[in-house]
Structures are given as structure tokens and as C-alpha cells.
Design a protein around this ligand. Sequence first.
Ligand code: F6P
Length: 328
Amino acid sequence: MTKRIKRIGVMTSGGDSPGMNAAIRAVARACAYYRVECFGFMRGFQGMIEGDYIELNARSVRNIINLGGTVLKSARSKEFLTEEGREKAAAHLKKANIDAMILIGGDGTFRGGKILSEEHNIPVIGVPGTIDNDIFGTHYTIGYDTALNTVIDAVDKIRDTASSHNRLFFVEVMGRDAGFIALNSGIGAGAEEILIPEEDLGLDRLLNSLERSRRSGKTSSIVIVSEGDKIGKNVFELAAYVKDNLPYYDAKVTVLGHIQRGGSPTCFDRVLASRLCVKAVELALDGQQDIMVGMMNNEIKAIELVNALKSKPTINKELLRISDILSV
Ligand code: F6P
């Protein structure tokens, strides 16, 4: 017989993402609805290690659905990578009588959860929260949509000045090793070229494409560079290389950086966070563990955490074709 779940813990970990607060709110409210207690752990695994947690009730998560960042704070805990660190974390969870933990974060967070469950038999449920959208088992991660819209907004502004000065702009976006942000924002922002780690464009093709653009009458251009792309690894060197080879281009670089992680979440991210977290609580109450909830084709589904960690989602190559056609 499965143990009755009376107390659920929740934390946010790794890089924060817009919508994490909507997720925390949904966990706390679903717990209140089902009459179980809810505790929020501060700064991800680090708060577990230090026993730093607070009780969350339906009212303590009021007015946060619209806020970027995470009220529980986030961290990438080095101590949790050690056995002693994880022992301390598990001891605090047991002392606090936590029956299941809901972990909101990316693959690093899920790897931590999996090992915590294996070593200390703590039931965990993962909820994908990262701007990178690089989690297998969900078509969308919490924060990705907001980050895309932040990039679009920034690139629209860059386009204004690029066009006034007839300039070429290289805009670096986040994504770690994944090109989802670059590919989708690149199409949405009407970029000339999109450089992503999943597809090696090569320097020659980039130069040819820029030269062709120039000949076809374009006076300014935007190239979106994913931070993990091979040829764009150092976007400043890339811009210098292009300037050397195509001297008629006045090339500039903008690194968007952490603005992509902040801001009020879009409606899409708030709804996604709400749906994923209500499901996470319901599955925890049902005694399920070591799973991740995701949204596939607009349906909320759970997969084994090990499977979520085994693979990486693939980019949609059709989007590359669309981008090629539209940058004619
Ligand atoms: O995983 C989210 C992310 O923003 C990545 O896109 C980026 O590579 C990384 O985190 C940056 O991490 P930090 O904020 O620790 O510098």
C-alpha cells in the first residue's frame, strides 16, 4: 500500500526562469485544495542542505503569478554534488516529514533529484523550468516562451538602429547547448541567419549568405547566434572575422545575456506552470514518484525521470528551411 502523502515540498533550482513563481503558487494552491501541507525550500538544493524552508499556504503565494524570478530563490549547489551534502539534505527532508518533493528546474535539477531518490528513497517529481527548452518529454519548458518574447522585443529595437545605420548586427542569445531560443526567436525576429549548435552552418556559408544579401539590396541585417554554436562560440571574434572578409559591412555585436531570464511571465508560461504543477501535486498524492511532468501536444503527461534525462529534444529542421526561404 502506498504511504499517504501529508506534506509536499517544493523548490526551484538551477537558472531561474519566468513562470517559476506561477509554478510555486500552483503547487501551494493545489496542496491547499487537496488539504495537504506544503513547504518551500529556499535556494534549491542548498536550502535543503541547510534546512532552510518555509511553510506555504494558499495566501502566502498571493500576488506572485505575475512576477519574474522565484520567491524561493535559486542556486546551483556545489555541496549537493557531494555525498555528504546529499546526506544533510535528506536528513532535513526526513526531519521536516516531507513525503514528496516537487523540483522545478532543468536537467541538472532532475539529475540531483534522481540521485536523492536513489540514495535516500525520497520521492521526487520534476517540473521543467528553464528558458532553454532543452528537456526531453515536454514540448515546452516554463520560461521559454517569455524568453522568446524578450528576445523578439530586444531584436526589434536593434533592427531600428541597424536599419538607420545600415549595419549588420550579431545578436547572441542564451540556450547553453541548445538552439531552441535562437531558432524560434530568429524566425520571429526575421533574422538573416540563425547560428545554432545543432546545425553547423560553417563560416563560408555565412559569408556567402551575407554577401548575397548585400547584392540583393539589403542594407542591414540581423544574425542570431546561439551561445552554444560552434562558429559563434566567441561572437566578437566572429564579427571581427566577418568584418575582415566583408569589409563593406559595419558589424556590431549585442549579447542579450540575463535579460532573457527576467521579466513578467507571458500568459502561456503562467498557464503552463499552473497546469504542470497541479498535475505534479495530483501525481504525488497518487503515490507516483521519480517522474517528470511535461506538456506534449497540449496534454499534460508524466514520463519517468530517467527517460527525461536519457535524451535531448531535437530541433525542428523544418524551421531552418523556413528561415532560409524567408531570408532570400
Ligand atoms: O540554463 C539557463 C541558462 O540561462 C543558459 O541559457 C545559460 O547558458 C546559463 O543558464 C547561464 O547560467 P548562469 O546564470 O549561472 O550564468
